[in-house]
Design a protein around this ligand. Sequence first.
Ligand code: PEP
Ligand code: MG
Length: 570
Amino acid sequence: MLSGISVSPGMALARAFVLSSESVKFDRSPVATEFIESEIDKFKNAVAGSVIQLTLIETHVREKIGTDKAAIFEAHLMLVEDEELSEAVIEVIQTQRLPAPAAVEQVIDEHVSAMEELEDEYLRARAVDMRDLGQRLVLNCLGIVPQSLETFDNEVIVVADELTPSQTAVLDSSKVTGIITERGSRTSHTAIIAASMEIPAIVGVEGVTAVIKNGDMVALDAEHNLIIVNPSPSQSDNIEYSREQYMSELRQLEKLRDLPAQTGDGVRIKLVANIGSPTESGPALSKGAEGVGLYRVEFLFMETTEQPNEEMQYQAFKSVVDDMKGMPVVIRILDVGGDKDLPYLALPKEDNPFLGCRGIRLCFERPSLLLCQLRALLRAGVHGDVRILVPMISSVDEVRRFKEFLAEAQSSLEHDGIAHAKKLPLGVMIETPAAVFLASHLIHETDFFSIGTNDLTQYTLAVDRQNERIADLFEQLSPAVLLGIKHTVDAAREEGKPVCVCGQMAGDVHSALLLVGMGVEELSMSPVHIPRVKNAIRQHSRTRLREIAGEVLGLATAAEVKMKLNKYWG
Ligand code: PEP
Ligand code: MG
């Protein structure tokens, strides 16, 4: 039996699809002259095979997932059909007598290095595609069909070291019934995506890629944080039974969809959704979300091979705003850097990326990147209730500087005669200890707060949220974090301004009840968690939750906090 960190609820029983992270080994020594022609044939067949695979994937992704994500594979197709590339590989086979995969590797490496040196961002972005395509061609030269997460004939549980954003972007959620990864944490990219796609997932499972073999039967129970490899018939029956129970609980909870999240004593709590793509608006609404509390735009920027232009951003924002039909949509300014890279921005390596040029700091460093987003946001603001959220704030100066950019975007739209909102509510993420300490100043500069408990925990406790070695120190219920939240909530409420919690904590039933007891009236979470949190809120009175929160805030350790919450809420 294995376990890790459960990050997306539910159960699954299916065969494992183990995504290999090892690079393939092959002989690079020159071949005898008589084999040159057959190596050229191998290469040509690899190109033909790649074209077929990519066409199938592109069509599938376009029809099932969306045109924006299909663009990744369109780009690969264009590259593989490029005659110059083929000629270069054939020349290397002929002149250096290299076997086909080695010739491909050499030519691709040269192209990638040259592209990475280019000034032009668009062309630099092509380097990532080129590398991806190179891997496909090498595998095809070796007669290995590259693994793909876009098309499965049967249900699978994907087992991997870690999933990259482009892999998760095209994951076929109708066939992928579970995800298990060796790396990752409660707040890592895979965790967020799995929850948003409602795929049961356990991450941070040490040694899992060595233990589970392709085709093994796997029982995944993300409710109880359990993984059983090749379960016995009775274990399989148990998991099927639990899955039935879970589904029936979901059906029960569905009945609450149109009921308000209101405490027993009549306090209305607003439950909104964390989303990462316009396609998630529908699922959010179907879970009863009353708007979007956090639209993480990073995924929009990660799914493409070049920076999405203003029109693309505007269309994505507008689509969410339209879907939400007048309900609020909080759109966060790009928060890359840290663990999220964008190859086309060619971000320099940093020793401490989470303390580096991340979030708003990066946006200030690249004014055109920020202005383009702001123009798209202001334009989308014409269509509904759009609110702007700024990540990684650690000083009042940053908010003031941000407002200058906002004014500049405003006047440029004015100048261009393009319809846009004259003023949008502006909020900041409270996710650094500095922002907590400055809360009473920051609230004067802004219209609302959104507490990012994932980063607030990371920065308060000085625990890298990605580092599984210290995952047990990443304690969102640490009294240090709770006191920071309380201070922030009080600062906002004193000014009569709204404060939301949008970190993973908001989606956990015990933590959500505690937050309501601490005075939070808005919680933003992966839609999958909304029904359970709503159900819990409806069963408690705020007066009682406040008393319990009062007791909890006096405790000294996270263990005591958890014990107390378990005592009251089971
Ligand atoms: C957070 O830090 O809590 C948060 C919501 O933002 P992200 O997880 O995207 O950093
Ligand atoms: Mg954050």
